[in-house]
Write a protein that binds this ligand. Structure first.
Ligand code: ZN
Length: 476
């Protein structure tokens, strides 16, 4: 921890925890990258937190005459940023990392579906715990899970995912996925891995009713998320969109990930993916889509016109040889873009820092070269951009008075970063920075690189045992 000054005598709370009695937490002497609309930064600044919110922030030290009880943290040598926001993931894949490592998307899916179709509730709970822990340890304060494999009779998988997020202490958007186009209907997943149209819609609605919280500061939100055009019927796309709008929740799916998907859409629907999405009600400011790699100018114009968001997943796109999404063009067109790790079967690290770094590096390999993305634009994708695509830009994604106290103190004075003068460049381009403190609504989730809600070693053993059990079922 940074040095704590003037601790409350006899206080038993953890540093950073904000009891409802109005005690303030003051963090000072750190660099601050607010990621607000102006990109305001303070080489040495302060933040005042109260009641789970950011009360004030600014340059220099905090005012000496703040009223009431408070704790002060001397965060010298640190950079404060908004907590990172992950916008695309498949937690269950934590149990199938490192398989089909030399495949492109469709072959990779066909290789893994039979194993994925054998998941059950204890496996999903363990896998969600592993995925969430890895991200939280790396500064993610809002996570997202697109879960679309629901084998029959395997328990309450959505409930297990929500439970795991509660144990880790981060905010969650659970995108309740679905597949109803099995092999016999021209889809990629085996028939035994898909639901019927009615089952998928009813179970999705039940998940919204059980877990969605629309209030400011919600810890859990639900989105409607049929998997992809090649695993979902047109009826499920259309009726899923209607369901989402009737319930007032967001819509998510995979889109325009590969050339094969584009060819598949032309063959089956007589149009490309973006036109297909538009024809089924799937463009709009309440929609965000993973990947969006193969987009022409008119596709980008349609996304910009409708304010449809994008979850950019550069590591997964590289791992599966999908291509490079046109992120600089998306940003120039005003399309909301966030970052996603994607499932860990196609991005084994499962850390968002990898995406922060790779979004910059991969896009510089595209046509815009060195002008593609700056370090600050990459940080914006990982924070405010993510908040926008999850529909939470009012609450999170930047450090501003009145927003939730979701923030990270990154240590910048160790061997890994101490010779990089600019802390934002150090964070984006350097090694993953140690997380000294990560707060979600003012509550500490990580202290000194250690998860507070989860026993990491026990979780490593449990996830390994569940991965072995799944592998055993796959060969049985
Ligand atoms: Zn995905």
């Amino acid at each position: 921890m940074p040095r704590e000054e003037h601790p409350e005598p006899g206080g038993e709370d953890r540093i950073g925890q904000l009891p409802p009695g109005g005690e303030r937490l003051v963090i000072e002497n750190c660099a601050v990258a607010t990621v607000d609309a102006e990109g305001t930064e303070y080489p040495s600044g302060h933040l005042v937190l109260a009641g789970g919110l950011i009360e004030s922030l600014g340059p220099g030290r905090a005012p000496a005459d703040l009223p009431g009880p408070m704790r002060r943290i001397d965060a010298s040598g640190h950079l404060a940023t908004p907590g990172l926001v992950n916008t695309h993931h498949h937690f269950y894949q934590w149990l199938t990392r490192g398989l089909a490592t030399d495949h492109k998307l469709f072959d990779w899916l066909v290789a893994l579906y039979p194993t994925w179709a054998r998941i059950d509730e204890p496996m999903v709970h363990a896998a969600a715990g592993g995925s969430l822990a890895m991200m939280a340890r790396g500064g993610v304060t809002t996570a997202m899970d697109h879960h679309y494999v629901f084998p029959r009779g395997t328990g309450d998988l959505s409930g297990a995912i929500v439970r795991a997020a509660g144990e880790t202490g981060v905010r969650l958007t659970l995108a309740r996925g679905s597949m109803d186009r099995g092999e016999s209907a021209g889809g990629l997943p085996p028939d035994f891995a898909v639901e019927s149209l009615d089952q998928a819609l009813a179970a999705t609605e039940a998940t919204v009713d059980a877990h969605h919280d629309a209030s400011f500061g919600a810890m859990t939100q639900i989105a409607v998320a049929p998997c992809s055009p090649f695993s979902v019927s047109t009826e499920l796309m259309r009726e899923g969109a209607e369901l989402a709008r009737r319930k007032g929740v967001r819509l998510h799916t995979h889109g325009s990930e590969t050339r094969e998907e584009e060819a598949f859409c032309h063959e089956l629907f007589g149009m490309g993916p973006t036109d297909y999405f538009e024809s089924t009600g799937w463009l709009g400011e309440d929609v965000w889509m993973a990947h969006c790699v193969h987009m022409n100018d008119s596709d980008l114009a349609a996304f910009a016109r409708t304010r449809t968001g994008v979850a950019h997943c550069p590591s997964s796109n590289a791992r599966l040889a999908a291509g490079i999404a046109r992120v600089p063009d998306m940003l120039a067109a005003g399309i909301p873009v966030g970052l996603g790790v994607d499932g860990t079967a196609s991005n084994e690290s499962g850390e968002l820092h990898t995406e922060l770094r790779n979004s910059l590096l991969v896009n510089r390999l595209g046509p815009h070269r060195e002008a593609a993305l700056t370090a600050r634009e990459a940080l914006r994708l990982a924070t405010f951009g993510g908040a926008e695509v999850l529909g939470r830009a009012r609450e999170i994604g930047s450090l501003e008075p009145g927003k939730l106290a979701d923030l990270v103190l990154w240590r910048m004075d160790t061997l890994a970063h101490s010779t990089i003068a600019d802390p934002v460049s150090a964070l984006v381009l350097g090694a993953p920075a140690p997380v000294t403190l990560s707060l979600v609504g003012g509550r500490p989730v990580v202290e000194d690189g250690r998860l507070l809600g989860v026993d990491e070693e026990a979780l490593a053993r449990r996830t390994r045992a569940e991965a072995q059990r799944l592998a055993g079922l796959g060969t049985a």
